[in-house]
Design a protein around this ligand. Structure first.
Ligand code: ACO
Length: 318
């Protein structure tokens, strides 16, 4: 028994914040942000629009794409760092939003790597028969944990959500072939949020030593992708599409150069979405599925790196 991806969907809030808009608030410029990151704009959730709303919209789009109904789902996993509340989980709120009262729902916290961790967890639960049809959702309102006076971080992130329907399957020719997850808490202070229920009783703001994060990201992502392909018995050159976490175009280019990937094989939405943390991988994948680049039968690799540090990769035949 394995797992297949039956449908995919995403949602972006309607409000767009451009680099020029940001340059009015902090000492930055469109040219600095584009040159250092590749980012041109980001979407920002409206007042009264929450992570569960974004996730629910993406989940409904994925269900529609799969030709399934909410009642068919018996597992909901949400990767997020910006839950609506400390508890209950955003997953149970989305469960309620979908109007289903069976199965199980919980959140995963692995920051920007959350969706990759989610593929690993959901694939395992489907393989063991715990569930039959799962919604895996990456959803974030990162704008709510940014220090809007800190130009080193506030220019990098945006809000959004992406979701996939994953189902148990005995089809050996398609579905998840391997997934690889790692973490190393030694570097937790290079990228973290300076608040939380236990330490400060506040939500806190993102803090980051960007140039250090950059170095680890390129090295660790490349290693994870090699490990993931080797474990599946294929090589990097067999992969049709790479869907990376959309942190920074320079990280994407650095990994592509290291592994000798063709730039046109690497899906990039960073210019339009910025870094949407756990939502970035499914958002980018949905973009490439909907515009016809990623097709059924293609070999696809997902990868991500984020706070913790956490990182990982997942390989599947779509
Ligand atoms: N506008 C203008 N100038 C800025 C800005 C800004 N928005 N931000 C920083 N600067 C200035 C700095 O103050 C510094 O000025 P100084 O030389 O006078 O001190 C100068 O630009 C260079 O700063 P660096 O931090 O060295 O710039 P760098 O080239 O490393 O680029 C960046 C910064 C874009 C954050 C880069 O390090 C990076 O992409 N790191 C990866 C981290 C990342 O993407 N994290 C996202 C979360 S983790 C993840 O998702 C992988």
């Amino acid at each position: 028994m394995g797992s297949i991806i039956k449908g995919i969907g995403s949602y972006l809030p309607s409000r767009v914040l451009t680099n020029e808009d940001l340059a009015v608030k902090v000492d930055t410029s469109d040219s600095w942000i584009r040159e250092r990151t590749g980012i041109g704009q980001r979407h920002i959730a409206a007042e009264g629009e929450y992570t569960s709303d974004l996730g629910l919209a993406a989940a409904k789009a994925a269900l529609s794409d799969a030709g399934m109904e909410a009642k068919d789902i018996d597992l909901i996993v949400v990767a997020t760092t910006t839950p609506d509340y400390t508890f209950p989980s955003t997953a149970t709120m989305i469960q309620e939003g979908l109007g289903i009262h069976h199965g199980a729902a919980f959140d995963i916290q692995a920051v920007c790597s959350g969706f990759i961790y989610g593929v690993n967890v959901v694939d395992s639960l489907l393989r063991t028969g715990t569930a039959k049809n799962a919604l895996l959702i990456g959803a974030e309102t990162f704008s709510r944990i940014l220090d809007w006076e800190d130009r080193t971080t506030c220019v990098l992130f945006g809000d959004g959500a992406g979701a996939v329907v994953m189902s148990a399957s005995d089809d050996e020719n398609t579905g998840v072939m391997n997934s690889f997850i790692r973490s190393d808490g030694a570097h937790c202070k290079l990228l973290y949020v300076d608040g939380g229920p236990s330490r400060t009783q506040t939500v806190g703001h993102v803090r980051m030593v960007g140039n250090q994060v950059f170095k680890y990201a390129v090295k660790d992502i490349s290693a994870a992708m090699l490990e993931c392909t080797e474990g599946a018995g294929v090589s990097i050159s067999d992969v049709d599409w790479f869907v990376p976490h959309q942190a920074n175009q320079r990280i994407l280019n650095g990994v592509a150069k290291r592994l000798k990937l063709k730039p046109e094989q690497v899906i990039s939405t960073v210019e339009f979405h910025a870094n949407t943390s756990a939502a970035s991988v499914p958002l980018a994948m949905d973009t490439a599925v909907k515009d016809g680049r990623i097709k059924r039968g293609d070999l696809v690799m997902l990868e991500a790196f984020g706070g913790g540090f956490t990182w990982g990769a997942a390989l599947f035949r779509f």
